[in-house]
Write a protein that binds this ligand. Structure first.
Ligand code: PLP
Length: 474
């Protein structure tokens, strides 16, 4: 009994402060978005209280939404055949998981591939465990996997030596062409022919162009590899038709559900191959995980329902237009845009465009810190040419969250101007203290103060789901 504010006013206050931060600042982290209140309500529901190891009955895979919501039929069936799960008490959990799977399949279905042909697993706790489960299902330790170099935009789980993927498999990196900074399919094909990987991964964390799924599948077929499409970032855009759908090309698709889908934190795995589907289900549970998060299924069902609305579709297209407007404006302001632009939700800025009086280049981390002081949240990121994650010379900007708050091209350009003003006001320099080379960045005080006001004004005009009190935050 008792509200959070009564039981634990400290945690309640922390939540309020975080909420206020999300409204006061302009968040440009491409992997973040704002889950709608309905999604959060389902996530905080009593479905969180139960265990449901296993999967719903096989027959629910091909049932329509109306059939799944026919309670008399579902509960009657459950009473007779509730042998698929390890625990009893899952009659509603079964329905809600099957509903999330069905809505997901409908969201990704194409005219050629109807929802009935798509096998969906909604249990992975997040994107990294989803990828690990796919490796487990499709590969043997020591097999060769080809993924995009981390420095050029791949993800940790695509074979980083510090990740399980990099420890258990032999990793071959493909990179972007150093001249064009774009994927070079001839080079990827050559590498694949040379190394004969068992799996090729496409889909990225910071490469801003959509891959050519057909070319990737042709390369995979030529060398007998599986093609894994990791669309963690772009799944919402795929649903909306703002990014090419890998369904029909990739053997397996993974994606997170809390980025452009704007759902709960989680992930899904899709395939149209029934044998792979069986292996994947077993790899997720019992291979990788125990009890799934049933409250997440409820929130996912809501998110996939919202993802099929015209508003969601328009939002995803606007996210791309906003990223393109941001890239255009920043380039006009003299900042180099790595990879030459974007056709997705994210873009990068080469901070080395800015140099101090002694020629010291601005790096990603100080740039991100100064922007945060101005109220603009971004992350440092490697770009082609960097030597490693510790020496990131770029920042990564994404437009999902600001687009949700109603930003269109004029607001995006105003924001790009603030970013450019702040970055150009940075004065990186290096000097020795004893034998240590110290790297410092000063920023022109007036420009930063002015930027804070401009951000506050843009943020105040932008939409937010609640009005919070204006003061009283630490
Ligand atoms: N795959 C890609 C391409 C990603 O960008 C990410 C996260 O950003 C993941 C997988 C992992 O997702 P999670 O952080 O939910 O484990």
């Amino acid at each position: 009994r008792g509200s959070l504010a009564e039981v634990d006013p400290d945690v309640a206050a922390l939540i309020r402060y975080e909420h206020e931060r999300q409204i006061r600042k302009l968040i440009l982290i491409p992997s973040e978005s704002y889950a709608p209140a309905a999604v959060r309500e389902a996530l905080g529901s009593v479905f969180q209280n139960l265990y449901a190891e296993g999967y719903p009955h096989e027959r629910t895979r091909t049932q329509t939404e109306a059939e799944l919501l026919d309670y008399e039929d579902q509960l009657g069936f459950y009473r007779r055949y509730s042998d698929q799960r390890y625990y009893k008490g899952v009659e509603y959990a079964d329905i809600v998981e099957a509903l999330a799977r069905r809505r997901c399949a409908e969201a990704f279905a194409t005219p050629e591939i109807p929802p009935e042909r798509i096998f969906v697993n909604v249990q992975p706790l997040s994107g990294a465990p989803a990828n690990n489960a796919v490796y487990e299902a499709l590969l043997q330790p020591g097999d060769t996997v080809m993924g995009m170099s981390l420095v050029h935009g791949g993800h940790l789980t695509h074979g980083s030596p510090v990740n399980r993927s990099g420890k258990h498999y032999r990793i071959v990196w493909y990179t972007v062409d150093p001249q064009t900074e774009r994927l070079d399919y001839d080079q990827i094909r050559e590498l694949a022919r040379q190394h004969r990987p068992k799996m090729i991964i496409a889909g990225y964390t910071s490469y801003p162009w959509a891959p050519d799924w057909k070319r990737f599948r042709e390369i995979a077929d030529e060398v007998g590899a599986y093609l894994l499409a990791d669309i963690a970032h772009t799944a919402g855009m795929v649903i909306a038709g703002a990014y090419p759908n890998p369904l029909g090309y990739a053997h397996v698709i993974t994606f997170t559900t809390h980025k452009t889908i704007m759902g709960p934190r989680g992930a899904c795995i899709l395939t149209t191959d029934p044998d792979l589907a069986k292996k994947i289900d077993r790899a997720v549970f019992p291979g990788e995980q125990g009890g799934p998060h049933v409250n997440v299924f409820a929130a996912l069902a809501v998110a996939f329902k919202l993802a099929r609305t015209p508003q969601f579709r328009e939002l995803q297209h606007q996210i791309v237009r906003n990223a393109q407007a941001m890239a255009r404006r920043l380039a006009e302001r003299g900042l180099r845009i790595p990879y030459g632009g974007t056709n997705t939700h994210l873009l990068l800025v080469d901070c080395k465009s800015v140099r101090g009086p002694d020629g010291t280049p601005l790096m990603g981390d100080p740039a991100a810190r100064v922007l945060d002081l101005a109220g603009i949240v971004v992350n440092r990121n490697t770009i082609p040419g960097d030597t490693g994650a510790g020496a990131a010379s770029g920042i990564r900007l994404g437009t999902p969250w600001i687009t949700q708050r109603g930003f269109r091209e004029p607001e995006v350009e105003a924001l790009a101007d603030i970013i450019a003003d702040v970055l150009w006001a940075c004065k990186p320099h290096r000097y020795y203290v004893g034998r240590d080379l110290v790297y410092r960045t000063k920023v022109e005080f007036d420009v930063l103060e002015e930027a804070k006001l401009r951000v506050a004004e843009l943020a105040a005009r932008a939409g937010a789901d609640v009005e919070l009190p204006r003061s009283g935050y630490p």
